[in-house]
Structures are given as C-alpha cells and as structure tokens.
Design a protein around this ligand. Sequence first.
Ligand code: NAP
Length: 270
Amino acid sequence: MDRYAVFGHPVRHSQSPRIHAAFAAQTGQALSYEAIEAPLDGFEATLRAFIAAGGRGGNVTVPFKEQAFRLADRCDDLAAQAQAVNTLRVEPDGRLAGFNTDGIGLLRDLTQNLGVPLRGRRVLLLGAGGAAAGVIGPLLAAGVAELVIANRTAPRAQALAARFAGQGEIHTAELTAPGEGFDVVLNATAAGLGGQAPAVPVGVFGPRAVAYDLVYGPPAAPFLTLARQAGITACHDGLGMLVEQAAEAFWLWRGVRPATAPVIAALRGG
Ligand code: NAP
C-alpha cells in the first residue's frame, strides 16, 4: 500500500489523515496516510527516513513549508512564487517534486463552494506568512481589482508584495489602517490560535463583504466575531480550503479527483 503523511510540529490536531482516508475510500485508492510530528530541527531527517521506508509523498504544514521548498528538487510555479511547499511527491526517479496547493484550495472554496466572485473585487489579505504567500498568486490570477496586504510586521508585507509586483494591483497597508470597504477580507494571520482577532478597524468590511478566516474551527472565532459585530453575515472559516487543498494534493499523487462536498459535510458534522 502506498504511504503518505502530513509533517508538522505540532501535527496531532491535523484533520488531514481523516480527509485523505475519506478520499481513498471514496475513490477506491489503496493508500495509507498518517500524521508525523517531526522535531523542530529534524524535518529533513524525518522526511528522508519516511521516503526510505517507501513513502510516496506528503503534505507539509507549519513550520516546515519553507524548508520543504528548499528540499524539493523541482517546484511548480505556485510553490516557486510562494517559496513554500505544502505538497511533496516522490517521482519515479526518486527526485522530490514540490507543489503549493493552498491558493488553489482557497480559490475553490471561495468561488465554487461558497459562490464568492473574485473578479473585479477589492480584497484585503491580513498576514504575510506562508499561508498568505501561497494564496497571493491565485488571487491575482483570479482578476481581483486590488489586493491589499496588511501585516503586523509591515516589512514582511512589503517584501511579499514586491515579489508579486507586476502580476496585478497589489499594495500594502498598515494593519491598523488598511483602508475601508473591502469586498472580501481574508484573515491569513495566526492571531486566532492565540484567541485574538488581528487589530483591524471594523471599517475594513464593506456593506456586503465576505469575511473568511483561513484557520478553521474555534481559532477562527475571534476574527469572524469581529466581522459579525461589523454587521457581516457572510462569515466563513477555512475548513473548505483545507479539504480543497487536500483534494488537489490527492490529485497530484494519484491522478484522481475526489469529491470534496461530502468530506466537508462530514467534517462539519463532527
Ligand atoms: P506563519 O507563516 O507563522 O505566519 C503567521 C502570520 O500571522 C504572520 O503574518 C504574523 O505576523 C501573523 N500573526 C501572528 N499572530 C498575530 C497577531 N496576534 N496579530 C496579528 N498578526 C499575527 O503562519 P502561516 O503558515 O502563514 O499560517 C497562518 C494561518 O493560516 C495558520 O493558522 C494556519 O493554520 C492557517 N492555514 C490554513 C490553511 C487551510 O487549508 N485552511 C492552509 C494554510 C494555513 P508577523 O509577521 O507580524 O509575525
């Protein structure tokens, strides 16, 4: 049976084994998928040992995505632009191919699952870490009218915007004053993991704005509560993105596209 795994630290909370088990059952693919917690200074050794034992590929989560990018022998364009890899595939010649499926996952969830149009919309992206880096390219390619990146540490946002300059209307702003009336506000910060909402004024939300937190479950509550207090009713967490980025990884590994809706529904049902 082909082996796959998600590597992270911590990784015990990961829903990925459940998602890929559901995909495998649904598509009749014979594979196993486990969660492997690599030591903070031992990602490469853990990954190499997994591959030596027959591992065919893996997902990579916090804090190893940048390391995975450096370890990959070749990367697709999205991973190269993001300088972060969340999906690895062992090629027939043993080389390691790296991909970033986060942006595809977010776009599929927004546009296909939630019916949120992006073309011509003003989008505010909060955060400038690995998740933000992964979604910028696909957001610009989707034809947003303007993408503003605001981050607590402003130089990180500026560096990220500079990397994507020329691909669309991309700007940076202070987190506490990022502008007003956006159509879509995406929280790609890790603030919710500490029980906080990013320190943005409620004026960032336009009257019919969509608020989306890339985090899912309880850590999405602080940001989505802020949005609701601003009168926003279209509030979503990142569970759909998680399942969609997993589906893209599954397709890259197995050449089969699983249906995501029943898996999202099963996860929402507990
Ligand atoms: P990361 O690289 O560590 O970046 C963290 C970001 O959060 C940075 O921009 C950081 O700002 C900001 N931040 C942290 N605490 C903050 C606070 N209290 N107030 C304001 N900003 C704060 O992490 P990441 O890989 O980008 O991941 C971000 C989140 O996205 C994670 O929670 C992750 O679980 C989620 N994610 C979800 C999916 C999905 O499929 N749903 C996929 C990828 C990631 P500074 O630069 O100032 O430190």
